[in-house]
Write a new protein. Structure first.
Length: 88
């Protein structure tokens, strides 16, 4: 399962991302990750993860990006992040 988000961050050099949600597949059975796309190396970098919560229980994933912020912004100053869970 993947939910992808894009946000305009302008000229800022740091920001916080947060996701609050629920999964019917327990994170304790399959980890849920909050990831941000690194435009410089073309890879997804982990920001936070949950591998303890049970199924059908709300939880929060959050984190801050403070270093090398330009590695995560595209030419229009937009960041892309996602919540990802590997299906079993």
């Amino acid at each position: 399962m993947i939910h992808q988000f894009r946000n305009f961050v302008g000229e800022r050099t740091s920001w916080a991302v947060e996701w609050y949600g629920i999964s019917d597949l327990a994170p304790s059975a399959s980890v849920v990750k909050l990831q941000i796309y690194n435009t410089e190396d073309g890879e997804w970098n982990d920001v936070d993860e949950d591998n303890e919560t049970g199924a059908d229980t709300y939880f929060t994933l959050s984190g801050s990006i403070t270093g090398d912020a330009d590695h995560y912004k595209d030419a229009q100053n937009v960041i892309t992040y996602r919540v990802y869970q590997q299906a079993l």
